[in-house]
Design a protein around this ligand. Structure first.
Ligand code: SF4
Length: 611
């Protein structure tokens, strides 16, 4: 496979190219045309389909190729996350179509179709299509579980009335339809035949500050609402930045490291509105509405309808919030710490991560991530870190506990000085300053200054690791304060997609007591399942919730989407991991998890955790 096609087929489909997470701008044609086909993400699938002769050159195909001005914004975004350069694919797409036209190729027009005409009567001619260049870009994501499926029509409604009319039309004509947010459903639920209803035009945000809420349309991303909320002095509890809030709640509910304080599932919203399967409207405060606050354990749930708005809770923010990283030699000690903090209500956001993840999040390239990981584990003996966000009182409490930690300044030096971390000079400094207490050098007065001198951190140093042409952009980017601010990074979570940089991943996600034996047992058994099927795997994260009585635990399995054998093996891993969770769920009564949380994201956390 040539490099360009390989890049196209490696798109992670996380939809990060749809949000301006680097402040470098978003693909202009995507913002104008809205169909995913006009964003870099869709163009990757389109190129792949053309290169493999799976679709003809159509009218929309020519328009999509023409509308790319090779601005290069997608290179910045995609390299930051995945170390990929999609502009080469965009050039190849334009060249392919231009050559086809130059050589007198016949451009295929979309088929006349009575169903399409009826759909267009509801949403307008521009917002529904059966052109193959558009439909093919909705045919797959990188889900390991589902196979590609080719929809007949894509429709982009703008109002809830349009959605209700569409649902009635599809019900009367017995047409299958599927709702799509930003399309990164791990189980492939956003991919189907029939009609795909893409909600990305419905981006309204209405703030109601006296009631501490923001009512959002179903096309609003976590990133965009967080940005608007922050401008007004608030925060929302947000999951992946490109995930649409309504879709996220609809699927498995919103969770993040801030769930320690803000909760999960129904804790995150005040109300939500739906269009049901008959095209009728309801909201969660209607006495006759379906009870979406309940949780059905060990049962697969059907979608209750289409969520057309959610009123998201706004949380106050104080000016003294800061982030720290607390290192631990063992997972057990880290678990003791987060449980203690959660029970005592110390800190706003808490999460345990391993050395693999922290080095992946912080490093701009895969090569550097693997070098840094061995420094953390082998040289510094830091296999585990707790990411902790809190106000000045919370930080004072951690100081009172006597624990050494990397404060915000040390973190910034560590981050921008990562390339120097590899040198022996720095490591000998740490050894000289250490006594018997692990990481005691972090408590030495003046260590921060020594650390800075040893690493000479700077945006320039950090950026030396990236592709030459991208160095000036990275240098400017890392001069911005928020890019090294632990609070901002946790609020916006732009680094978490770097987790899929080596390979896409399938997470096992479960809720369970903060019980060291149980968590170690699960980790060991997940690892054995993965090793049996030769699948890369690693501990994801743990965040305490519900005052330390429970936690969220993610364990990840990595796979090559383009290797059919590996797909077979990851599917076996998924089945066995789910069976393991079921087993423990029945045995303990306190373990809950995937895949049952899907379509139950609106439930009360109490029903999920204690039913
Ligand atoms: S290079 Fe093309 S596809 Fe990439 S952001 Fe610019 S216009 Fe969009």
């Amino acid at each position: 496979m040539d490099e360009i096609l390989k890049t196209a087929k490696s798109c992670r489909h996380y939809a990060m190219c749809k949000i301006d997470f680097l402040g470098s701008g978003v693909c202009a044609s995507g913002l104008e045309k809205n169909f995913v086909s006009y964003y870099p993400q869709g163009r990757m699938i389109l190129y792949e389909a053309l290169a493999e002769n799976r679709i003809p050159v159509t009218e929309k195909c020519v328009d999509i190729a023409d509308s790319c001005n090779l601005c290069g914004k997608c290179d910045y975004q995609c390299y930051f996350l995945n170390e990929m350069r999609p502009v080469k694919v965009m050039e190849a797409l334009k060249e392919h179509v231009e050559n086809f036209v130059k050589n007198g190729g016949e451009i295929k027009s979309a088929k006349e179709d009575s169903i399409l005409s009826e759909i267009q009567e509801i949403v307008g001619v521009s917002w529904a299509t059966n052109d193959e260049a558009i439909t093919v870009t909705y045919s797959h994501d990188l889900s390991a579980i589902s196979d590609p499926k080719y929809p007949d029509y894509i429709v982009m409604p703008e109002t809830k009335e349009e959605i209700a009319s569409l649902v009635k039309l599809f019900r009367n004509k017995n047409i299958r339809y599927t709702i799509r947010g930003n399309g990164q459903n791990l189980l492939g639920f956003a991919v189907n035949e029939g009609v795909i209803i893409d909600l990305n035009r419905m981006k309204t945000i209405e703030f109601d500050e006296k009631n501490w809420l923001a009512k959002v349309g179903p096309g609003v991303t976590a990133f965009d609402l967080q940005k608007q909320a922050q401008k007004r002095g608030y925060r929302i509890n947000a999951a992946e930045p490109a995930a649409l809030l309504c879709g996220n709640i609809m699927c498995s509910g919103i969770m993040s490291t801030f769930s320690t304080t803000y909760g999960i599932n129904a804790d995150n919203f005040i109300n939500a509105e739906f269009v049901d399967k008959d095209g009728l409207l309801f909201n969660l405060n209607d006495i006759s509405s379906p009870n979406l606050y309940s949780y059905k354990n060990l049962q697969h749930n059907d979608s209750p309808g289409i969520c057309i708005s959610a009123s998201i809770r706004l949380h106050p923010v104080t000016s003294d919030e800061t982030g720290i990283l607390v290192p631990f030699e063992t997972l057990d000690k880290a678990l003791d710490f987060i449980k203690d903090c959660a029970v005592r209500h110390i800190g706003l956001a808490l999460g345990i991560v391993g050395a693999e993840y922290i080095s992946t999040f912080l490093s701009p390239t895969k090569k550097m991530a693997s070098e840094i990981k061995s420094i953390f584990t082998d040289k510094l003996n830091i296999p585990w870190l707790v990411v902790f966000i809190g106000d000045k009182y919370a930080i004072r409490a951690i100081n009172d506990m006597g624990l050494p930690f990397f404060d915000q300044n040390l973190f910034k030096s560590l981050y921008l000085g990562l390339p120097s971390l590899k040198t022996a000079q720095w490591l000998s400094l740490v050894k000289e300053l250490s006594d018997d207490e692990p990481y005691s050098y972090l408590k030495i007065k003046g260590f921060s200054e020594l650390f800075e001198t040893a690493l000479s951190p700077s945006p320039k140093l950090y950026s030396q690791e990236v592709d030459k042409e991208l160095i000036p952009f990275f240098e400017k980017l890392f001069s911005r304060q928020e890019m090294t601010d632990l609070v901002w990074l946790n609020m916006y979570r732009i680094m978490s997609t770097r987790l899929g940089r080596k390979k896409p991943f399938l997470p096992a996600l479960l809720y369970l007591p903060v019980d060291k034996d149980l968590i170690n047992e699960f980790s060991g058994k997940f690892r054995l399942i993965a090793e049996k099927h030769h699948i890369d795997n690693d501990f994801g994260f743990i965040t305490p919730i519900d005052n330390g009585k429970r936690c969220i635990f993610e364990y990840d399995f990595f796979y090559d989407y383009n290797d059919p054998e590996e797909i077979e093996r990851i599917r076996k891993v998924a089945t066995e991991a789910n069976m393991l969770i079921d087993d423990y769920s029945v045995k303990t009564g306190t373990v809950k998890g995937h895949p049952y949380v899907l379509y139950q994201g609106f439930c009360r956390k109490e029903n999920l955790l204690y039913s």
